[in-house]
Design a protein around this ligand. Structure first.
Ligand code: HEC
Length: 129
């Protein structure tokens, strides 16, 4: 039992280091309203609101925070705190499949700085802030 506790605390210590040393800390919070929604509005809403073809095909409506968090007809596309496994980031980075890279059909894809904003927002908990 003792050794299990020890292993547990070693793992905890190892996991805590990158979190504490995270470069996100100290850079201020990303705001859904001021930083994230304007990007979704400019690059996604066209297709991802009722009547748009992204919405019709996937069920993902990005017009409000609530509908965004609801996700597609298959479920959520955002895992708060984890941009790497969040589907919304995976499709923007083209990690799922090139054929469903978002914004759909956009040459070159979303600019790096905009992707970073979305990633940070998800990593900071995807808050309605
Ligand atoms: C030109 C239209 C269009 C634009 C712009 C667009 N999408 Fe999409 N999106 C689609 C279509 C169509 C699908 C369904 C793809 C499929 O399943 O074949 C889709 C599906 C998705 C999905 C679901 C993927 C899955 O797992 O099935 C996500 C997440 C997504 N889009 C995110 C975004 C984001 C984020 C943006 C803006 C950065 C965006 N889309 C911009 C058309 C668009």
């Amino acid at each position: 039992m003792k050794s299990i506790t020890l292993v547990g605390s070693v793992i905890f210590a190892l996991l805590s280091v990158p979190v504490l040393a995270s470069p996100i800390q100290g850079q201020g919070d990303i705001s859904y309203r001021n930083d994230v929604f304007p990007i979704l509005h400019d690059y996604c809403l066209n297709c991802h609101e009722p009547g748009g073809k992204g919405y019709e095909k996937s069920g993902l409506n990005m017009s409000t925070y609530q509908s965004l968090m609801k996700g597609t007809k298959f479920g959520s596309v955002i895992k708060p705190g984890d941009s790497f496994t969040s589907i919304i980031i995976q499709v923007i980075e083209g990690r799922v499949h090139e054929s469903i890279k978002m914004p759909f059909g956009m040459n070159g894809g979303l600019a790096k700085d905009k992707i970073e904003i979305l990633k940070k927002w998800v990593d900071q908990g995807a808050k309605n802030n």
